[in-house]
Design a protein around this ligand. Structure first.
Ligand SMILES: O=C(O)CCC(=O)C(=O)O
Length: 262
């Protein structure tokens, strides 16, 4: 049985699903170095599996925090809070956010007080990538990427289960994140739907709360098989379009920048 026809009918996802529906399963995500990633990218892209680059570049947490406070302290972050994580709420438009200056957010973090606030997906056009110890992946031109996004969060920050509409390059600069990845072939079992605010998209949000899965409500989820992986400081995860993912910060402080294609 296929759930949520809308998500299966996304303009690009439909083709990706046809290509990947018989893709052999993997038990772990392969790790390679940056040179091999660049050399083999055409093949990696066609194969459609996530891959981790081990030497994309570590950052110094203290330097990043002082750069952010001293140079960009007045910029306003829109941080996730409250009902944001409710899988049903996120299919509507009433997610809760708070607006807070970079300086105030970083101060709360260093005092261990901002534990329920996740500065996720921040647009960082005014922040120099070099101040965050990161740079664009060299597999496409800069113009082919959307604006990079910054994700800063304390331990326990999560992003609920969803799929993106485009390939993603995720640079873990500081801290550790756990990724529960679901291959494209399992999307029909993830009870995903297109958010009402974004029709005609390849995005998909799941109704399942992975922190507490209710199999009586979502029985077909039992058929989905997750590949779990941790991203460590200095690593870059290449996540092909259409893979479902649920993400959790598992160390006290995570700093990550991601690069979606346009
Ligand atoms: O790191 C996170 O919390 C979520 C990241 C994510 O979902 C993405 O980059 O697509």
């Amino acid at each position: 049985m296929t759930h949520y026809i809308d998500v299966m009918e996304g303009p690009r996802f439909k083709k990706v699903y046809e290509l990947m529906k018989d893709q052999p399963r993997i038990k772990t995500v392969k790790r390679i170095n940056l040179r091999s990633f660049y050399d083999q990218f055409d093949f990696i892209k066609r194969a459609g599996y996530p891959i981790i680059v081990t030497d994309y570049g570590k950052g110094c947490r203290q330097t990043i925090v002082s750069n952010l406070c001293e140079k960009y302290g007045k910029i306003i972050f829109q941080v996730r809070k409250g009902n944001y994580y409710d899988p049903i709420v996120r299919l509507t438009s009433s997610r809760e956010y708070e607006f807070i200056s970079v300086m105030d957010y970083m101060n709360l973090m260093s005092e261990g007080k901002g534990t329920s606030l996740y500065a996720a997906k921040q647009v960082i056009e005014n922040i120099a990538l070099s101040d965050l110890f990161t740079s664009y992946p060299e597999v496409y031109t800069k113009e082919e990427f959307a604006r990079p996004r910054l994700w800063i969060g304390p331990k326990g920050s999560i992003t609920p289960l969803h799929k993106d509409s485009i390939d993603n390059f995720i640079h873990q600069i500081v801290g550790l994140k756990r990724w529960s990845l679901y291959p494209v072939r399992d999307i029909p079992w993830l009870y995903m739907s297109i958010p009402s605010s974004k029709p005609d998209t390849d995005l998909g949000y799941s109704k399942i709360d992975l922190r507490n899965v209710d199999l009586t409500k979502f029985p077909d989820f039992a058929q989905a098989k997750c590949v779990e992986v941790f991203t460590m400081p200095g690593e870059m995860l290449y996540l092909p379009m259409g893979w479902g993912h649920y993400v959790e910060c598992v160390e006290d402080f995570s700093i990550m920048v991601n690069y979606w294609l346009k």
